[in-house]
Design a protein around this ligand. Structure first.
Ligand code: ARG
Length: 458
């Protein structure tokens, strides 16, 4: 089959070269975007009198026909035509005859492919924002049920202070909120139009890039044609945001894995989100959060992969840039799959309040509060810390917790202790008095959830 660029060649392309250089196996995902870009381009060519308006109309109709065929899965993409751009151009010429060959006037595949990528990421970024919001909704749903449910809060994975379970969950809401902001902000740069830059230097035809930008809904036109065809930082940015989102998903997944272990039993994932073992009949494995955690690795790989492709790449277009696609598609698919699973997994999990409660009753996570108690009675914090440290040691040695000690025992360590110490030590009290803005008291957590709901309504 003759190549669309075959004029200066005397030999057929080596088969291996053809397969090695072709991108059609993966860039066919860009068919819709490619056609949209072509429709805007040809409209502009007609309006600017670069090709006759009748020809532009014929080409548009041809492109629309191909679009329908693509939607119906009727187009056969050929490796011989290398990539999505030449596959569609060939289809067009077959469909409407030689006039189809006018479409590529004043354009190069270099500005064309960059435009396709911008269009694709714009759609995907917008869709992903919605998926992130669904996870946020699921988090709020559980949080609302568990404002008063107490769970040990950890630092160093050691019991630190009790917190509201809603507060713990809501921490993830805000991570995803920032992710959403990042995605939204990245759209500013995704919305730069490369088309009209030609191969690298612009074009001799009197094009109007404004018409194309308007048709395609781009806010900014790349002011430098060389930058336009070689820029991929909008993809780097997406891969980086995607990696951060997966990091957040992975941290939450890790907590779910830990919480659903026999040792913790704080939550039970729904049966429909777990799998069994082929040998051990008793097993119910948290495969989904494990795999979410594991899939994070490939998104980092995709980011590092493209960073490496771009590093040291001279201007302007180089074939290396074709390597921008598979990683991006993979990160999109990974994010879509992960976010779609995460929301219902959170919604359907059972929170074991009773187990959490038992844990709280059997630890020293109220120790800070007796230190604060002594401080309020006038003791310097550093001294109070020392006294309580001794009390904790004494309790451990006598197999008791702080609520089990008698007032006599307390008074042996400090005469400042009075009967009201037991009020201060109650876990509900410990949580309720952390009433500073952003703190874990039920009052603050309710405010926080309100704030979060406001964010989702925006
Ligand atoms: N398939 C190519 C890519 O994805 C399209 C641009 C090809 N341009 C070229 N001059 N070979 O990068």
């Amino acid at each position: 089959m003759s190549k669309l660029w075959g004029g200066r060649f005397t030999k057929e392309t080596n088969k291996l070269v053809e397969e090695f250089t072709a991108s059609i196996s993966f860039d066919q995902k860009l068919a819709k975007e490619d056609i949209a870009g072509s429709l805007a381009h040809v409209q502009m060519l007609g309006e600017c009198g670069i090709i006759p308006v009748e020809d532009a109309e014929k080409i548009k109709n041809g492109l629309l026909l191909i679009k329908e065929k693509v939607d119906r899965g009727e187009v056969e993409f050929l490796v011989e035509d290398e990539d999505i751009h030449m596959n569609i151009e060939r289809q067009l010429i077959e469909e409407i005859g030689p006039v189809g060959g006018k479409l590529h006037t004043g354009r190069s595949r270099n500005d064309q492919v960059a435009t396709d990528m911008h269009l694709y990421l714009r759609t995907k970024t917008t869709e992903l924002i919605t998926l992130v919001e669904e996870v946020q909704q699921a988090i709020i749903g559980q949080a609302k049920e568990h404002v008063e449910t107490l769970i040990p809060g950890y630092t160093h994975l050691q019991r630190a202070q009790p917190v509201s379970f809603a507060h713990h969950l809501m921490a993830y809401f805000w991570m995803f909120e920032r992710d959403k902001e990042r995605l939204l902000d990245s759209l500013k740069r995704v919305n730069w139009l490369p088309l009209g830059s030609g191969a690298l230097a612009g074009t001799t035809f009197p094009i109007n890039r404004g018409i194309v930008a308007e048709q395609l809904g781009f806010e900014t036109i790349y002011p430098n044609s060389m930058d336009a065809v070689s820029d991929r930082d909008f993809i780097l940015e997406f891969l980086s945001i995607g990696s951060i989102i997966m990091t957040h998903i992975s941290r939450l997944s890790e907590e779910l894995v830990i919480w659903s272990s026999q040792e913790f039993q704080f939550v039970e994932l729904d049966d429909s989100f777990c799998t069994g073992s082929s040998i051990m009949p008793q097993k119910k494995n948290p495969d989904v959060p494990e795999l979410l955690r594991g899939k994070t690795g490939r998104t980092y790989g995709n980011l590092i992969g493209l960073l490496t492709v771009l590093k040291g790449l001279p201007l302007a277009y180089n074939k290396d840039l074709q390597e921008d696609k598979e990683g991006m598609f993979d990160t999109v698919a990974t994010l879509e799959g992960s976010l779609k699973l995460l929301a219902p997994m959170i919604e359907t999990m059972t929170v074991r309040k009773d187990v959490m409660r038992k844990a709280i009753n059997n630890d020293f996570s109220n120790a800070t509060d007796i230190a604060d108690y002594l401080v309020r009675k006038g003791l310097p914090f550093r001294e109070a810390h020392e006294v309580i440290g001794k009390i904790v040691l004494y309790s451990i040695q006598s197999g008791k917790f702080l609520l089990d000690l008698t007032l006599d025992e307390y008074q042996q360590f400090s005469t400042l202790f009075e009967e009201d110490i037991y009020v201060v030590l109650a876990p509900e009290h410990v949580v309720a008095v952390r009433n500073s803005f952003g703190g874990t008291s039920p009052e603050q957590v309710r405010e926080q959830i309100k704030l979060a709901e406001g964010k989702l309504e925006q």
